[in-house]
Design a protein around this ligand. Structure first.
Ligand SMILES: NC(=O)C1=CN([C@@H]2O[C@H](COP(=O)(O)OP(=O)(O)OC[C@H]3O[C@@H](n4cnc5c(N)ncnc54)[C@H](OP(=O)(O)O)[C@@H]3O)[C@@H](O)[C@H]2O)C=CC1
Ligand SMILES: O=C(CO)COP(=O)(O)O
Length: 337
């Protein structure tokens, strides 16, 4: 049997480590963690206690804090650092990575300032490398424990998606394929903003009907923007759209939802962020999403309230009351929330 392509995962946080642990079941895999203690712990104890507690990782997974060494012989690169650091890490690997190696992003965020998706950043920094994304309803701790879950890998070419699919799939981690890179990337980035909205409602103890209302209308809102940006409407109804929105808006393990819950209970954003040791991408994505909406003529009433709370001092109670004051239109064809 021909040897499978080797994988290097850049980023030793919760999800980078989890995906590396999945890939290591299928092929030679190394994870790069910038913190040497994290790399040593993964390599020797097969754990990443800072991010995944005591949960055991695949024993064959290698780890290093040496970025150049980690990418030199990689056949596939996986990007697993938070969105605002992706460009910097890619720039550091550019001179070490072999030509044409595909890059798969795990990142659910947009670069502030440029408003670019991660595959657009790959195109800037590593031109010529095929770039795609793996996303879905994938709370890291559940996946690493082996609970059944599914994701979608999007590559510009279907054949590439099918080749890469086999590197990440396991008996209990189903990996579907698509060529809708824009849709999958946008769905992953957008759902975090709406998970903050749902979290705020939960923090205010608004109830189950409110949660269902916000999730459902959020799906419509994020689909409108995603389609305006070039995504396929069907993608937003699938795993990376509706699926991930449900997981992130309802899981007690979601960091984005948790930011919203704490805001709803009256904590300041500064305090919440200071107390977190993991990334909640939606905090930075909200303002970017508002700019994308304005540029593309898409009204985003729910995201606007989240942005107002996060960035413009809007009290959380007023944000929810503000939404309810707007008159509802046609459920399916209306532009309203
Ligand atoms: N966690 C999850 O369940 C899922 C997360 N994602 C997405 O995956 C991406 C990564 O998130 P996740 O792993 O959860 O994040 P975490 O917060 O768990 O970990 C972040 C990782 O990135 C590293 N890092 C931070 N800044 C830099 C930098 N400047 N240069 C290099 N490395 C850096 C951290 O290193 P250090 O420890 O040294 O600070 C850490 O290893 C995000 O876009 C997230 O939305 C997608 C699906 C599921
Ligand atoms: O993307 C995720 C689940 O699919 C993780 O969500 P959080 O970043 O909110 O924890």
């Amino acid at each position: 049997m021909p040897k499978r392509p080797s994988v290097t995962v850049l980023g030793g946080g919760s999800w980078g480590t989890t995906v590396a642990s999945l890939a290591a079941r299928n092929t030679e895999t190394v994870v790069w963690a910038r913190n040497p203690d994290t790399a040593a712990e993964i390599a020797t104890d097969h754990r990443n206690s800072a991010y995944l507690g005591d949960l055991p990782l695949t024993e064959s997974l290698r780890a290093t804090a040496d970025l150049a060494e980690s990418v030199e012989s990689a056949d596939v690169l996986v990007l697993g650092v938070p969105s605002q650091h992706a460009r910097g890490v890619l720039e550091r690997v550019a001179e070490h990575v072999r030509p044409w190696v595909p890059v798969v992003s795990l990142v659910k965020g947009l670069e502030q300032g440029t408003r670019k998706r991660m595959t657009e950043i790959v195109a800037d920094v590593l031109p010529g490398h095929p770039a795609g994304v793996l996303a879905g309803p994938n709370i890291a701790k559940e996946v690493v424990q082996g609970f059944a879950a599914a994701a979608t890998i999007a590559m510009p070419e279907q054949r590439a998606a099918e080749m890469l699919q086999d590197l990440f799939r396991t008996k209990r981690f189903r990996v579907y394929t698509t060529t809708d890179v824009i849709g999958v990337e946008m769905a992953g980035a957008l759902k975090n903003v709406y998970a903050i909205a749902v979290g705020i409602g939960d923090g205010l103890e608004a109830g189950d009907n409110t949660r269902a209302m916000v999730i459902t209308r959020a799906l419509r809102e994020l689909s409108r923007l995603g389609v305006a940006l070039g995504g396929d409407a069907a993608t937003f109804a699938g795993l990376t759209g509706m699926g991930d929105l449900i997981a992130t808006c309802t899981s007690p393990l979601s960091r984005n939802r948790s930011v919203g819950v704490q805001l709803g209970r009256g904590k300041s954003l500064e305090q919440i962020v200071a107390e977190m040791n993991q990334v909640a991408e939606g905090v930075k994505t909200a303002a970017t999403v508002m700019k994308l909406g304005a540029e593309n003529g898409v009204d985003l009433p729910i995201a606007r309230e989240v942005d107002a709370v996060l960035n413009h001092g809007q009290p959380v109670g007023d944000a929810y009351r503000g939404l309810l004051r707007r008159a509802p239109g046609h459920e399916v064809h209306g532009e309203e929330w």
